[in-house]
Ligand binder design. Structure first.
Ligand SMILES: NC(=O)c1ccc[n+]([C@@H]2O[C@H](COP(=O)([O-])OP(=O)(O)OC[C@H]3O[C@@H](n4cnc5c(N)ncnc54)[C@H](OP(=O)(O)O)[C@@H]3O)[C@@H](O)[C@H]2O)c1
Length: 305
């Protein structure tokens, strides 16, 4: 099969290559999925899981990309809950070969059924932002209707989904970002927007939850805005930011079938939409991951036409 591989951590996205690889086999509780659309986050190339297995052994050349939408083609020993020919979408294990390929072997529990009226490109684009936003807002952030949430990077891939899900849950959403992101953030449902280059973050006053995708000094300053009992949720790695009377949760997204089904239901109802910036073929993926101009929104690789 065709697959994108990486071998050289220092090279970043310039080191991705399109090669031929053997098709994967389904292990216990796995399915093999014929991939129709795949998503990739550039930061994966800095994560240890792209380069080693769980005990630290080199696993290069490895196939990056962990978001998929496709069709089940084989079941492993003992696998239940999915069937051959079923449309699925989901998030694969960080430590295994990923989804920038024609086929992937993945644990069935990482996947959810993809309804027949949802395009594979849309399905793949929902996975990472949908699960990350859901887990940050509702699991870790315990967001309730009527509460206020400050969503950093609200025009970005994860931030735009967090904005929509928070609004839909009845929260008051203040988005942030650069000036150029204002209109996009408002269109995704933010009720206010703070331009982090020109407005004062401190003027926001108190919020119940901060959903942080930026880290650094912005995360630290945001901690001071959190009301007693509130939470700072961050997805950029530990920031050292702590609210005086509240929680900080730094987390990495995990697969969840139930949450994927909730999120895709909202897509079908028109309650959320994806934030896709570019769609490229697998043959063009190397160029798509090394764009000459900044692409805003998610890049999706359409593996099968
Ligand atoms: N922990 C996890 O499970 C997890 C899951 C998914 C993603 N992530 C991480 O989350 C981060 C965000 O991912 P994403 O896909 O949402 O990225 P993205 O689409 O680039 O979104 C980031 C947004 O923030 C804006 N922004 C960036 N730096 C800014 C600054 N200094 N001031 C104001 N606005 C700024 C960007 O504007 P411009 O486009 O104008 O730069 C963009 O609108 C990445 O680091 C990613 O690796 C973590």
């Amino acid at each position: 099969m065709k697959a994108i591989v990486v071998t050289d951590q220092a090279a970043g996205t310039a080191g991705v290559k399109l090669v031929e690889r053997p098709e994967p086999q389904a292990a216990i509780n796995d399915v093999v999925v014929q991939i129709h659309a795949s998503g990739f986050t550039g930061d994966e190339l800095s994560w240890p899981s792209t380069w080693t297995d769980r005990v630290g052994r080199d696993r290069t050349p490895s196939i990056p990309g962990h978001e998929l939408a496709g069709m089940v083609t084989a079941l492993g020993y003992g696998t239940t809950g999915l069937s051959v020919g079923q449309r699925v979408f989901g998030l694969t294990d960080w430590y295994r070969d990923g989804t920038l390929a024609e086929y992937v072997a993945v644990e069935a529990r990482n996947l959810a059924p993809l309804p027949g009226d949802v395009d594979f490109t849309e399905g793949a684009a929902l996975v990472m932002p949908g699960l990350t936003a859901w887990q940050g807002l509702f699991e870790h952030g315990r967001l309730q209707a009527g509460q206020s949430v400050l969503v950093h990077g609200a025009a970005g891939v994860v931030g735009s989904m967090a904005t929509q899900l928070a609004r839909e849950a009845g929260a008051y959403v203040i988005g942030t970002g650069r000036a150029a992101g204002r209109q996009t953030a408002l269109e995704f449902g933010a009720q206010e927007f703070v331009d982090l280059d020109n407005d004062s973050l401190e003027d926001v006053g108190g919020v119940d939850l901060v959903f942080d995708v930026l880290g650094g000094d912005i995360a630290k300053r945001s901690a001071g805005l959190i009301r007693a009992g509130g939470t700072l949720v961050t997805i950029t790695g530990p920031t050292g930011a702590r609210p005086t009377d509240g929680l900080t949760v730094d987390f990495v997204v995990v697969p969840d079938r139930t949450q994927l089904s909730e999120i895709v239901r909202r897509l079908r109802d028109g309650r959320v939409r994806t934030n896709i910036g570019k769609v490229a073929t697998l043959d063009d993926a190397v160029a798509a991951f090394n764009p000459t101009e900044r692409v805003k929104g998610k890049t999706i690789i359409r593996v099968r036409p």
